[in-house]
Ligand binder design. Structure first.
Ligand SMILES: NC(=O)c1ccc[n+]([C@@H]2O[C@H](COP(=O)([O-])OP(=O)(O)OC[C@H]3O[C@@H](n4cnc5c(N)ncnc54)[C@H](O)[C@@H]3O)[C@@H](O)[C@H]2O)c1
Ligand SMILES: O=C(O)C[C@H](O)C(=O)O
Ligand SMILES: [Mn+2]
Length: 543
């Protein structure tokens, strides 16, 4: 028999004031709670009032994390009613501040797991301890080398795994009992952390090379062994490692890289949504991606696949894509190209003065892309000059500044609308308020992978898909890109976050259906819709 304290201090068991009198008698809780029994609805009302009293986003976040650590059903019941308001606080952009201040704010590990490269022999024990006997179906893991656009944050990065999983549950109803947030602590090269006496992670530089890959592999093998129904989500790894790890495992296990594949899907969906509004053809588009790292190259790949699906040859498809990185427009002879950039480099002979294409402005002027996407971590680079130049040649420029958090965005939505006299079709990585311009309200879609990874994940888990392949990813992009209200002036290019739970379910059903059709499910699943609905968890108390 558990003690009152053991029950009340376990967020998976605790119902707080909602324990009924019968439960209080049976569980030795008599006298350990105030006498009034509340409903979940009353608890939601009380906690929302408490939340509203907090003075700023940081305080609000601390409050919500405390609630999460206290009563998980109540946390999700509350979040279900306030998704739009809570997303930026539990997730991007406020999560970035929480990561920067992890040691100052640390109270509880929040049921996350911490794997240390200094003790690879402890991987199995650590996973068992962190899971605590639960049936783990979904892991979000980071090594925190490239947290959003803010760089290397060592063990602090665990908060992105926790935040991503909160969104999985709030958006798609993944049972919180089945999830495990993880950080691979392989050291950090962040000097500020190494010099901070209160830093909580391993106090040495990042381990690189074979030792790193052996550690990752031991983690993957052990997790697959312990959790046979696992879907493994990689988040915010550094540029070379993210791509290499995905390549190594994507055909072997059920796995997904959010920054490469998730961002690719959401960017493609945003373009498809924008073209629904402008009534233009996909195969007429010229796409320029500024910042061709993990996310940028992932977007290029997804867009490239779509050109081929829409009938272009591989060679023709490549001609529609232009990558710009630190070196400027990427050419076949550019130094330090990554493997993921190489398929999309251009020939110098295509341009009269290729040497001048080292700046974004010159590249935009020479190419006049119809789509401009930013994943560069360089704030303000979609300047008035760049955007106006683009708009001289393109009627409805599609412009997505996707860098996170807020202070790193390549442009603000409001400026893009003004500079293009309302013609730009805009989506941003962080939430943007609607823009009022010349009597029209422009709703700004949030092109953040959070719009799709929960639905994709629910579909994959419910259908028991063995792998996340290109066909599945394309189906997800089309499902998401098809939901825009194209007749409304100022319509957003992506569905709004206040409908996140609805369209996540829709996405999940499309994905599950696609996995069934492809014959890539582990179990025989007859009905995608039923499988998805059955898998969905709702924040309700049970006896
Ligand atoms: N909205 C979303 O869903 C989403 C998803 C993933 C990443 N992102 C954002 O995209 C950004 C990049 O993330 P990442 O994981 O790809 O990082 P990354 O480090 O892999 O890529 C960044 C790229 O930008 C390039 N770059 C740096 N300075 C530049 C400059 N002055 N000009 C041109 N290119 C430059 C780098 O060389 C690198 O290739 C981050 O801010 C991240 O938050 C957004
Ligand atoms: O975390 C986000 O908000 C999106 C994305 O995964 C990122 O790294 O920026
Ligand atoms: Mn990310």
């Amino acid at each position: 028999m558990k003690t009152a304290q053991e029950i009340l201090n376990n967020p998976f068991m605790n119902k707080g004031t909602a324990f009924t009198m019968e439960e209080r008698k049976a569980l030795n809780l008599i006298g350990a709670l105030p006498p009034t029994v509340q409903t979940l609805e009353e608890q939601v009302e009380r906690t929302y009032k408490q939340f509203c009293k907090k003075a700023n986003n940081q305080e609000k976040r601390i409050y919500l994390m405390t609630l999460f650590n206290t009563n998980r059903i109540l946390f999700y019941a509350l979040m279900a009613q306030h998704v739009v308001e809570f997303m930026p606080i539990v997730y991007d952009p406020v999560v970035a501040d929480a990561i920067r201040q992890y040691d100052e704010l640390f109270m509880k590990p929040q049921d996350a797991g911490f794997l240390s490269i200094d003790h690879p022999e402890d991987i199995e024990t650590s996973l068992i301890n962190a899971a605590g006997g639960r049936d783990i179906r979904l892991i979000v893991v980071t090594d925190a080398e490239a947290i959003l656009g803010i760089g290397d944050w060592g063990v602090n990065g665990v908060a992105i795994s926790i935040g991503k999983l909160m969104v999985y549950t709030a958006a798609a109803g993944i049972n919180p009992d089945n999830v495990l947030p993880l950080v691979l602590d392989v050291g950090t090269n962040n000097k500020q952390l190494l010099d901070n006496p209160l830093y909580l992670g391993n106090r040495h530089e990042r381990v690189r090379g074979q030792a790193y890959y052996d550690f990752v592999d031991k983690f993957v093998t052990t997790a697959e062994k312990l959790f046979p129904h696992l879907y493994l989500h990689w988040e915010d790894f550094g540029r070379p490692n993210a791509a290499a790890i995905l390549k190594k495992y994507q055909e072997k296990i059920t796995t997904f890289n959010d920054d490469i594949q998730g961002t690719g899907i959401v960017a493609l969906a945003g373009i498809l949504g924008a073209l629904n509004i402008s009534k233009e053809k996909y195969t007429d588009q010229k796409v320029m991606i500024f910042g061709a790292g993990t996310a940028g190259a992932g977007i290029a790949h997804q867009i490239f696949e779509e050109f081929m699906q829409q009938g272009l040859s591989e060679e023709e498809a490549r001609k529609h894509i232009y990558l710009v990185d630190k070196q400027g427009l990427l050419f076949e002879d550019t130094n330090d190209l990554t493997e993921a950039q190489k398929p999309f480099v251009r020939q110098r002979s295509e341009f009269e003065n290729s040497a001048s294409l080292a700046t974004l402005y010159n590249a935009v002027k020479a190419i006049h892309p119809s789509v401009l996407i930013g994943t560069s971590t360089q704030p303000g680079k979609f300047s008035e000059e760049v955007v106006k130049e683009m708009a001289t040649a393109v009627k409805r420029p599609i412009i997505f500044p996707l860098s996170n958090p807020t202070e790193l965005a390549e442009a603000k939505a409001e400026d893009l609308i003004r500079w293009t006299d309302g013609h730009a079709l805009v989506a941003t990585g962080i939430p943007s308020a609607p823009v009022e311009y010349k009597g029209v309200t422009y709703n700004i879609g949030q092109a953040n992978n959070a719009l799709m990874y929960p639905g994709l994940g629910l579909g994959v888990i419910a259908s028991t898909a063995k792998v996340v392949n290109q066909t599945l990813l394309s189906a997800a992009a089309h499902a998401l890109g098809g939901i825009v209200n194209s007749d409304q002036p100022g319509a957003a290019v992506l569905p709004p976050v206040d409908k996140l739970t609805e369209f996540s379910e829709h996405l999940a059903i499309v994905v599950a259906q696609n996995a069934i059709q492809q014959g890539i499910t582990k179990k025989k699943i007859n009905n995608a819709q039923e499988a998805v609905r059955q898998m969905k968890w709702l924040p309700k108390y049970t006896e």
